[in-house]
Design a protein around this ligand. Structure first.
Ligand code: HXC
Length: 318
């Protein structure tokens, strides 16, 4: 599906984006993954390259999406070494659990800088390459085209669902991701006429990821699993999610393959939620930073959150 195409992926060494990249490389693409940590980024790139003989996967470390010049240099290097950029995934993100009372102005700004400004920077650094790719690979709908042709010039931002309802202790991420969705809508409108398809994938809780270890208490995870085990007919993981389970990185890489294959050639400006219906029960199916038994609004009024979070603080700054 992606033979010889080139993917440029920010946050590409992370749990979700490395799985997306791995799927594209398995299906024939080459890739550049971008990250802040050079060693981690280069190690993950080498590992992804093993998925297909002859695959080229370049890890470009020491690049922070908040720094446009570094990001642009990485995109230019990717295009120079791999021959262009056909697919872009803006996946770099930052998160932690904190109520507004515990968010300094700089804490709020930091997440907007990484998620929102980082996504905008990624668009600016790569969109000319995407326009070029769309022109080079117009897809099956072009006059006289191979009916199996797949169009080039495709962009995905990895977002979230928190902002659909708002979520306690995620004011910063909700604002940042709402803006990410909005940026993608603008890309779809402004660059769709040039053949670029821009979409959002909004994952729900994805098991085994850095994000979930930061957001979900280990006690909450265990509680959900044990409740699920007691209920025949649920598929495991989380009985309060309509599909009966937390997502997997495979769910997100499958959605990526859908958008970057011929199946996605006329999908533009879409938000593809991949969460088993969880956002429709937000607050019951998805709660961040809470242990079992912590109820809204009591934890807020008490200024408490779970201490069983990776990178979390023992108490809010209330
Ligand atoms: C309150 C906090 C905080 C916390 C940091 N800050 N952690 N405030 N509670 N737990 C504040 C700091 O005090 C500081 O404000 C400001 O945020 C910036 O902190 P730094 O550590 O200087 O920032 P930086 O080194 O740039 O790190 C960014 C980060 C960090 C976001 C804070 O966690 C990070 O690098 N994360 C990247 C990895 C990550 O988060 N992955 C998970 C993504 S999951 P002051 O005022 O003191 O200067 C995800 C899932 C979305 O996005 C939804 C899925 C369903």
């Amino acid at each position: 599906m992606a033979y010889g195409r080139v993917a440029f992926v920010t946050g590409g060494a992370g749990d979700i984006c490395s799985a997306q990249t791995r799927a594209l490389v398995y299906l024939g693409a080459n890739a550049c993954i971008i990250g802040r940590n050079a060693e981690k980024t280069e190690t993950v790139a080498r590992d992804i390259a093993k998925v297909r003989k002859g695959a080229k996967v370049i890890g470009i470390g020491n690049v922070d999406v908040r720094n446009f010049d570094n990001l642009k240099a990485a995109a230019d290097r990717c295009a120079a070494e791999l021959g262009g950029i056909d697919f872009v995934i803006a996946g770099a993100a930052g998160n932690f659990v904190a109520p507004i009372a515990g968010l300094s102005p700089n804490a709020f700004k930091t997440v907007l800088d990484i998620d929102t400004i980082g996504t905008f920077n990624t668009v600016k650094a790569t969109v000319d390459y995407l326009v070029e790719s769309a022109s080079k690979y117009p897809g099956a709908s072009a006059a006289g085209a191979d009916p199996n042709a797949i169009s080039g010039g495709k962009f995905i931002a990895v977002s979230a669902t928190f902002h659909y309802t708002g979520l306690p202790m995620q004011a910063h991420v909700s604002a940042a991701k709402a803006a990410v969705d909005s940026i993608v809508a603008s890309v779809a409108l402004e660059y769709g006429p040039r053949g670029v398809m821009a979409n959002v994938i909004a994952p729900g809780p994805i098991e085994g990821t850095e994000g979930m270890s930061r957001l979900s208490s280990t006690d909450h995870v265990a509680d959900q699993a044990s409740k699920s085990a007691r209920q025949p007919g649920t598929r495991g993981g989380s009985p309060s999610i309509p599909s009966g389970r937390w997502g997997s990185v495979r769910d997100i890489s499958d959605a990526t393959v859908y958008l970057f294959s011929a199946t996605g050639d006329n999908v533009n400006g879409h938000v593809l939620v991949v969460d088993g219906g969880a956002w429709r029960r937000q607050g019951s199916a998805i709660s961040v930073g809470l242990d079992p038994g912590m109820e809204y609004p009591n934890f807020l009024l008490a200024g408490e959150m779970s201490t069983k979070l990776k990178g979390g603080k023992s108490k809010s700054k209330l």
